[in-house]
Design a protein. Structure first.
Length: 333
């Protein structure tokens, strides 16, 4: 290569390097202003210091992301949301324990029916004993009442022992009646529990075969943002629970998984575009409950972006109004 040509190459390379150094040395940020416009700048304006921004490489690759600073209201909502999710996780964990116990205790649906038969036989036997005891107690009370009436007709005062026995018989009839009602209630609860267990057992065993290869009451704005519905009473809560079940199944892109009186949950997201809804009945006090709607996306960057999108916020925001609207159309009973 001629000397002058070699010197020309060196000169061009040197000039290129001199131009390249400032370009590589400067930082480049991608920012979004308050109106949603995307801006590029080598500096962060003071008024956007707390906004979301991305530090870019010369090739445009994102090197670092600074999230937008959260307001006090956003921080409070996130704290409340975390507390609700903690309660939801407890319900989910309890459901898993119940599922495991169900599968370990019973080896077939016939086992469950046998267990129900034994329970029902026990309640039936109790009912017969209580019915017989109550019948005898009522007859004894009637006999004592006749004796007391005879004394009264003869103008005599009934003996104190008779009065004491009569009082004791009245209390015994009340106790036996209460026990009879309690036994019937327990029998009814056992049947309902069996129905829930058999349905859950069949779902779990079929799923296994297929897969073989605290709380403060928030204000309305917070409730909408968190996906909360506060129940005024048990009757309303039960109606709202069924309405909310429709909401969950309508908006979830995954199939139902768990349904009981404390937890409604669809299966986890299978793809990055899936959303899975769940609903928890969370106690505020002994008699007050709130329904908490949670939305789950796949554990990935795209899934996280989906769950933080405006679409999901609007979906969560619409939940409370959806339940209220449906309740307002329900006839009062």
């Amino acid at each position: 290569m001629p000397v002058h040509a070699f010197r020309l190459v060196i000169f061009i390379a040197t000039i290129s390097t001199m131009w390249a150094i400032p370009a590589y040395a400067k930082k480049m940020y991608r920012l979004v202003d308050q109106y949603g416009n995307t801006l590029f700048s080598d500096q962060v304006p003071p008024e956007q210091a707390k906004d979301h921004r991305e530090l870019l490489s010369p090739s445009g690759r994102v090197l670092e992301v600074t999230e937008k600073a959260k307001t006090k209201e956003q921080q409070d909502l996130e704290k409340h949301l975390a507390a609700l999710r903690e309660e939801e996780e407890k319900l989910i964990a309890r459901q898993k324990m119940n599922d495991n116990a169900l599968l370990l205790t019973f080896h077939s649906k016939e086992d469950l029916y046998t267990g129900l038969k034994i329970k029902m036989q026990y309640f039936d036997n109790q009912a017969k004993v209580l019915e017989g005891s109550l019948k005898n107690a009522i007859k004894q009370l009637q006999d004592q009442q006749k004796q007391a009436a005879n004394y009264e007709r003869n103008g005599e005062k009934a003996p104190q022992k008779l009065l004491d026995d009569l009082k004791e018989s009245q209390q015994q009839v009340q106790r036996l009646t209460a026990s009879k009602i309690s036994n019937e209630d327990k029998q009814h609860i056992a049947k309902n529990q069996f129905n829930a267990d058999i349905e859950r057992y069949l779902f779990l065993t079929q799923s296994v075969k297929k897969s073989a290869p605290q709380t403060m009451i928030p204000n309305i704005k917070q409730a909408n943002a968190l996906g909360l519905f506060y129940c005024e009473n048990d009757h309303q809560c039960n109606k709202a629970w069924e309405i909310a079940r429709t909401f969950v199944n309508t908006h979830s892109t995954t199939k139902p998984d768990v349904y009981n009186d404390k937890l409604i949950m669809n299966r986890p997201p299978a793809t990055e575009t899936d959303i899975s809804l769940s609903l928890s009945r969370i106690a505020i006090t002994e008699n007050d409950y709130q329904l908490f709607l949670d939305i789950h996306c796949q554990d990935s960057s795209i899934g996280e972006e989906l769950c933080s999108s405006q679409k999901i916020k609007e979906l969560r925001f619409s939940f409370r109004q959806y339940v209220n609207d449906a309740l307002s159309r329900t006839p009062v009973q």
